[in-house]
Design a binder for this molecule. Structure first.
Ligand SMILES: O=C(O)CCC(=O)C(=O)O
Length: 284
């Protein structure tokens, strides 16, 4: 495994707001964690028998299951993988990073595109010191839901909010959010991880292949970030006051791991509580 990120990679991320870093995970890790996330997604979504076309437009982009690290112990070492956390901290120039949440994003065969958006506005974090690690277990290709990023857009100070949950996201052709700059689509080789800044505009291709595009992501923020005046299950669960440091058992330090130990999960939330994508709607 190469030492990453290099100075050049840090500069590239700083300029462009995304970077692919090779050789982050071994074949054995990809196989093992891929199975763990497959099982966790199947368990979380077993209640949902709806065919793709009967789901909302957002749900047709992917099956989303958040905070798998909490109830799937075999996924936990991936979410808190030291190499991935270390790169996230370096990209954010942070001494330590916490996780906001992890999530599986499984784009099924014939799953539609992921609409253009930026992430940071969806989170209740004041400081824009956030980065997502996007980990495709089989690599990603143009035909099967590869990601596209608008280079440099993390510096655009976009004020409009793209609501991809009920809408179609930014209009990259006619809107001014991306300043007319076309997204760069990136094929991620198996074992590599793509990182994007929380304010980088991104989207993903539809899945035209006959296999599910299996991706796990981890959202990191620099330790020391504070709560913005917005709702989000992550901070609501810990009752973090607006303006206060975001710290606690739902957002543990991911790197460097204290004493090298994986964190213990917090008490599980009420499964009937709304706002938990992919959390079982019925306690079956
Ligand atoms: O995987 C996808 O289709 C979208 C991923 C995404 O929007 C994200 O990780 O922020």
């Amino acid at each position: 495994m190469a030492k990453a990120p290099t100075q050049k990679q840090l500069q590239r991320f700083e300029q462009r707001g995304f970077i692919v870093i090779d050789d982050m995970l071994s074949v054995d890790e990809l196989d093992r964690y891929g199975v763990a996330v497959d099982e966790a997604v199947a368990k979380r979504s077993r209640w949902d028998k709806r065919p793709l076309m009967k789901r909302s437009l957002y749900e047709q982009s992917f099956r989303q299951c958040i905070n798998l690290w909490e109830d799937a112990p075999d996924v936990r070492p991936l979410t808190f993988h030291p190499r991935i956390g270390e790169v996230a901290a370096a990209l954010l120039h942070a001494d330590a990073v916490r996780i906001w949440h992890d999530q599986a994003l499984y784009k099924e065969s014939k799953g539609r595109e992921t609409d253009p958006h930026l992430d940071h506005d969806y989170w209740a974090i004041e400081e824009a010191r956030t980065v997502t690690a996007w980990i495709p277990f089989d690599g990603s290709s143009e035909n099967a839901g590869s990601m596209g990023y608008v280079p440099g857009s993390h510096k655009f100070d976009v004020t409009a909010v793209a609501n991809i949950f009920t809408g179609r996201g930014f209009d990259l052709d006619n809107g001014d959010e991306a300043r007319g700059i076309a997204p760069e689509y990136v094929n991620v080789p198996r074992g590599s991880v793509a990182f994007h800044h929380g304010r980088t505009i991104h989207l993903a291709n539809p899945n035209r292949s006959d296999r599910t595009r299996r991706v796990h992501t981890v959202i990191f923020f620099a330790d020391g970030c504070t709560r913005r005046n917005a709702k989000h299950v992550t901070v609501d669960r810990m009752a973090v006051p607006v303006g206060a440091l975001i710290r606690g058992p739902v957002t543990p330090i991911a790197w460097p791991l204290p004493e090298g130990r994986l964190p213990d999960p917090p008490p599980l939330p009420d499964p009937l509580r709304p706002g938990w994508p992919g959390w079982p709607k019925t306690p079956t």
